[in-house]
Each structure stands twice: as C-alpha cells, then as structure tokens.
Design a protein around this ligand. Structure first.
Ligand code: FAD
Length: 442
C-alpha cells in the first residue's frame, strides 16, 4: 500500500538510456492523472484520479518514536516522499480509500480501475485462467491460448494483445510463445518464432536486509493474549469507521537516505515495520516487536528469468543473482550500520527489547555473513522485458515488442532500471501511459 514514485532523476535516466518520452517531465502528468490524493491537487500531486492515496488513519506510537530516532540521528523529517525532495524520514502515504463506504480499505489497481468498469459491455474479466501461449501469424499477434480448469481455449484479438503478467509472468509467456533468446527456447524444444535475446534478462530487484527487535510495547502487531484482544477490538473499529490497527500497512514509517552526503539522491531506503517480520512471516515469532528493513535502491546485480521446462503451468526459473555485484554487498552493509545506529537512538528506548539474531556489535565479516544468510527480496522485481533501444531491448518506448506487430507488454517488466522506491505507483503510471499510446495509435 505504500505510495512511492521514486526519484525524478530515475525517469530522466530512462530517457537518457533511449526510452524517449519517459523522462520525469513526460511521466509526471500520468502520475497526477492516476492519483486521488487526500491532500488535494498541487504541482506534484493529483486529486482527481482513481487511485486513492491518503494518510495512514492510525499509525502506531512506535512509528512516531522511529521518526524521532531518525531526527536524533540528524536525519531530516520529510512528510512527502513524492514532494520536492525525496530524502529524509517520514510516514508513508498509502493507496487506501480515505473517503466513502470503502474508507480504510486497500485501493488496489483492481479497486481503482477495474471494479468501476465491470459493467462495460466491452470488458470481460475471466478469473482462474492461465495464458499459455500468444498466437502469432508470422510476427503478428492474433490472440492468446489459455487454460481454464481442464479446458484449453482461445481468445482472438481484433486489435492487439497486451501482456501484463509482471516481471516473472510476462517473460515466461513470451518464452512459451517462442519469443526470446534462441538458445533458451531450443533448450526446451520450443520453436523460435521471434528471436529476442533480452527476454527474461536484466532482472533487477530490491534486496532487503531486516533487523528485528522484541518490544514490551503491545501497541505493535504481535502474537499474544493482549495482541489478540487488540485485534478483535480493531476489527470492530474498522467496521465502524475504517480506522484503527487494521488499516496499518505494517511498514508505516521509512526513510530515504544518502550513504554519502555528497550524493545527489538517496541510495538507501528504510521500511520500519510495527511487527516482527522474519523471513516474509514464514517464521512465526510470538510476542511483540518491530523490524527495520534496509535496501539498496539501485542495485548493480542483474538476474534472469527463464523456463524450467516447456510446461506452461510450471513456475518460471528465477535467478535474481542478488549480491553478485560486490558494490551492492558493500552498500547494503553500510546501510545496515546506519540502520543499527538509528535504531539505537534514545527515542526508541521505551520500546526497545532484545535484538533478534544480532547484537549490534558484529564485525564487518560477521555482518556480511548475516546479510548473505538472511537478505531477501522486498518484492520489486522489474526489467525482464526491458524498454529501450539496442539488441537487448524487448519493447520500444511505445511498449511494443520489438520486431512483432500488435503485441505490447505493459507492466513492471518494461522498466529498464529499477527506480529508487516502491514499484506499484510507477507500474500504474506505465499503464496510464500505455493507455494513451494505444489510443493515439488508433
Ligand atoms: C507482498 C508485496 C508487497 C508489496 N508492497 C508494495 C507497496 O507497499 N508499495 C509498492 O509500491 N509496491 C509494492 N509491491 C510491489 C507491487 O505490488 C508491484 O510492483 C506491482 O504489483 C507490479 O505490477 P505488475 O502489473 O507488473 O505485476 P503483478 O501485480 O504481479 O501482476 C501480474 C499478474 O499477472 C498474472 N499472471 C502472470 N502470468 C500469467 C499468465 N500466464 N496467465 C494469466 N495471468 C498471469 C499474475 O498472477 C498477476 O496477477 C509489493 C509486492 C508484493 C509481492
């Protein structure tokens, strides 16, 4: 639910890399068009768009203590990460309905765009369907084969096929359709319909290292008798007026930090969570606590997505190659040290219990061992159908698959490089811009 666009220069970097029409001045109008911000319209915010963006109704006290700890660590406070300056510490704005009957509910892309359009005669939504192949006549996309239950069916396209399977699903579907690196296709016995070496390459993701603290503060989200009673009370409050604990995005506060003050933009991001999130919540921790995540905003490491086999229902092969570039490891370690220092500031004293896994006195080697053992994705994969020019680009700046006709990719996979922030709002911006390109082409 965190509403973050990244840094304006991220988009200028895209334009400089050959994505004509995707500089900050080009994309800002589409961010504004999508946005329905509770703060009202301004030069940097839209208020009339379908994507509801609002303040968190009920942040936990420990999130405020985190902000105070940041201030005590000489980090400036910033109440708008999408404002004139990105760096600093603050509460995240969230994609949540802040008005009307749905107040306090997540405003997903489906809630913002799809649900209001469900009655349109030219829209047919099919759930439980898996696209297995794009149909091609020569290089022209004519439809999609899909599986639903035990049935294999075809949807034909009069105008275009738009692929929006995300950074893992889109390259997988292109590969299953014979569009991709010839060697990868041949390895799986798939006929090469269109050789495109960049499909699945250039995978980038935010690698995240989390530090966790137990806490006596039962206003955090935790597994305890008191915590259960608070959740039950929160359910009643949420039903009553759409506020309270259940509206928490968990990652309530955060910061964009420069590892070196001389840098022109932040290269690290913090997510402060009001619960103990260990191994994506796969490890259950009893009791209360909080966690702070740090990630490297623009990693150098590149991974790839391919096929495990030619079975369209199988999961793709994902190799993120995290930390394959030593510069990422060094910056993440530096970020972990900065985070540890913030978390030791006096403001968090009343909330602070024992740190889990670490002591804060680790040597450089020990810290790196922790990072290599526990750092993991914070769910921002992009880049596997890279937009741009050159042999490795998969789509052109109109998001058309290069060398084909009537086929576009519209999702996070087209980002040529990871932006310095969370990727939901940028993906919605990409979709808004694609809609305009499609209209213009008609
Ligand atoms: C746990 C989690 C938390 C996140 N939190 C935030 C946040 O707070 N803020 C933020 O900005 N970003 C967040 N993100 C990132 C954000 O959700 C993504 O960047 C965004 O959803 C990317 O959109 P997309 O359309 O590219 O892909 P997706 O949203 O992944 O959509 C792709 C869809 O295509 C479907 N699909 C794939 N292949 C096929 C196929 N062959 N046939 C049919 N359907 C297929 C998938 O099931 C999926 O529904 C989070 C991600 C995760 C996983």
């Amino acid at each position: 639910m965190l509403y973050v666009r990244g840094h304006p220069s991220d988009y200028d970097d895209w334009a400089a890399a050959g994505c004509t029409g995707w500089g900050w001045a080009d994309v800002l109008p589409f961010f504004l068009k999508a946005e329905g911000n509770q703060r009202g319209p301004s030069a940097l915010h839209g208020a009339g768009g379908p994507l509801q963006v609002g303040e968190q109704p009920s942040p936990r006290p420990v999130s405020r203590a985190f902000l105070e700890a940041c201030a005590q660590s000489q980090i400036r406070l910033n109440d708008d990460f999408n404002g004139p300056e990105q760096d600093g510490a603050g509460l995240y704005q969230v994609t949540q309905f802040w008005q009307g009957a749905q107040r306090g509910e997540r405003c997903s892309a489906a809630a913002a765009y799809l649900h209001p359009a469900m009655e349109r005669k030219n829209l047919h939504v099919m759930t439980g369907a898996r696209a297995t192949r794009i149909l091609l006549e020569e290089k022209r996309a004519t439809g999609v084969r899909y599986r639903r239950g035990n049935h294999e069916e075809t949807a034909t396209a009069r105008r275009e096929v738009l692929v929006a399977g995300g950074a893992f699903g889109s390259p997988q579907l292109l590969l299953l359709s014979g569009i991709g690196p010839a060697d990868e296709l041949k390895r799986h016995g798939i006929e090469v319909r269109h050789a495109l070496p960049g499909v699945g390459r250039n995978l980038q993701d935010h690698l995240d290292f989390v530090m966790l603290w137990k806490s006596p503060d039962t206003d955090t989200v935790g597994i305890s008798a008191v915590g259960t009673l608070k959740i039950l009370a929160a359910m009643r409050q949420w039903r009553r007026d759409g506020t309270g604990l259940l509206t928490s995005p968990a990652a309530e506060a955060g910061a964009f930090l420069k590892s070196d003050p001389a840098l022109p933009r932040a290269d690290l991001q913090l997510h402060f969570l009001v619960s103990l999130v260990d191994d994506h919540l796969r490890k259950i921790r009893f009791g209360h606590g909080y966690s702070c995540h740090v990630c490297v905003l623009r990693p150098y490491s590149r991974g790839e997505v391919g096929l495990k086999d030619a079975d369209p229902l199988a999961a793709p092969r994902i190799d993120p190659r995290f930390l394959s570039d030593e510069r990422d490891a060094a910056l993440l370690a530096k970020g972990a040290r900065i985070t540890q220092a913030i978390m030791g500031a006096p403001a968090l004293e009343p909330h602070r219990g024992r740190q889990i896994y670490m002591t804060g006195r680790e040597s450089d080697d020990e810290l790196m061992a922790h990072i290599r053992a526990r750092a993991d994705t914070i769910y921002h994969p992009v880049g596997t159908c890279r937009m741009g020019t050159g042999e490795d680009a998969v789509v052109d700046p109109q998001l058309r698959v290069r060398g084909t006709e009537r086929l576009r990719v519209v999702d996070a996979s087209v980002m040529p490089t990871l932006i310095g922030g969370n990727t939901n709002a940028p993906t919605i911006m990409i979709a808004e811009k694609a809609a305009e390109a499609i209209r213009a082409a008609r």
